[in-house]
Design a protein around this ligand. Structure first.
Ligand SMILES: Cc1cc2nc3c(=O)[nH]c(=O)nc-3n(C[C@H](O)[C@H](O)[C@H](O)COP(=O)(O)O)c2cc1C
Length: 323
């Protein structure tokens, strides 16, 4: 089966995407990931100026979850220019540039700066939960703030599609997606890390992370990612592409996120477990599953759960109640 798709004018040979903040920030590491089978790469979050991250320890992992409080460190735009420029020389796969800022105005300025490097998509990180000490609640936690950031970025990004990276840590992610869509968002990345969470060292009785709290990723967050993707897909009537991200380790995980509404699949924490060739492995597993199920087109999977519910005249999931 052919795994390729064209999304907003960009061709992806397969749906897997290196998630933001994982596997370094250099052209060499993006090339390595592309050689290992990724359909696209996302840069770590890029700031307008150099930004210091948090003190170590910044990461703790178990088999089920990872907590990270790296604090979005970045060497600044000169380094981004160098690395993205080098990657662009023979760009093996599409590049998604992820940007972040501390104010709405600076989102616009950062987008302007990074667009000069000609990324295929802009991904706007408004949802990092581990820099709340520094900057307060993420913009993704308020519909008017999320809409204002979208407006500022869309004002300067006339041609390059803009994906807003949403937070699961909200009451109604669908309403936030709709607010961004009204300002011209071209797509969404769903989700960023969950929480923040905390882990305590029993002997010292101290939080393990120097930042005390960190965003949660990995296997344990997949059901939250599935629900958030389903909500965003429903709220936007399946009209805007979604990069589904959160807890994907296997081809079957990827298919589940596609049935909820994702077109592309971000993979982050699983790299530590399954290695850089997790992308090729996930693609092989998607192929195998689709062959066994008699599915010929990868795009037939996207939003499949919603179609199934509709065919049975069952309302799709869109509210936040659990009881
Ligand atoms: C160590 C680490 C660093 C991350 N850095 C970023 C970042 O710079 N920008 C961003 O938008 N997301 C960042 N994320 C979030 C991931 O891109 C992804 O949304 C999240 O980890 C869920 O996917 P996963 O379960 O496959 O890891 C980071 C995650 C981890 C674990």
């Amino acid at each position: 089966m052919n795994l390729s798709q064209k999304i907003l004018g960009v061709t992806f040979t397969n749906p897997t995407v290196l998630a933001s903040g994982i596997w370094g920030i250099t052209a060499a590491s993006w090339r390595e990931v592309a050689r290992s089978g990724a359909g696209a790469v996302t840069t770590k979050s890029l700031w307008l100026k150099e930004h210091q991250g948090h003190r170590n320890p910044t990461i703790i992992s178990t088999d089920y979850w990872t907590l990270n409080a790296v604090g979005v460190p970045d060497a600044g735009p000169e380094k981004a220019k160098e690395e993205i420029g080098s990657f662009n020389e023979d760009k093996p796969v599409p590049l998604i540039a992820n940007i972040i800022a501390e104010s709405i105005e600076n989102y616009g300025l950062t987008a302007e700066e990074i667009l000069k490097l000609k990324p295929d998509f802009l991904e706007v990180n408004i949802s990092c939960p581990n820099i709340e000490d520094e900057f307060g609640r993420p913009f993704a936690c308020s519909a008017p703030d999320a809409a204002a950031v979208t407006n500022a970025v869309k004002a300067v990004s006339k041609k390059t599609p803009v994906f807003i990276k949403l937070s699961p840590n909200v009451e109604n992610i669908g309403a936030i997606a709709v607010a961004c869509a009204k300002e011209g968002a071209d797509g969404f990345t769903v989700i960023n890390t969950v929480g923040p969470g905390m882990a305590i060292d029993l002997r010292s009785r101290m939080p393990i992370l120097a930042n005390k709290v960190g965003g949660m990723s990995g296997r344990a967050i997949k059901p939250i990612a599935v629900k958030c993707i389903a909500d965003v897909y429903s709220a936007t009537e399946g009209k805007l592409p979604i990069i589904g991200t959160g807890g994907v380790y296997t081809g079957e995980d990827a298919i589940e996120l596609m049935l909820a509404g994702a077109s592309l699949i971000g993979i982050g924490t699983a790299l530590a477990d399954r290695g850089a060739d997790v992308f090729a492995k996930v693609c092989d597993e998607i192929q195998l599953w689709c062959t066994n199920e008699g599915i010929n087109k990868i795009t037939d999977l996207i939003g499949g759960m919603h179609k199934e519910l509709a065919s049975r005249k069952i309302e799709t999931v869109s509210d936040t109640s659990t009881s």
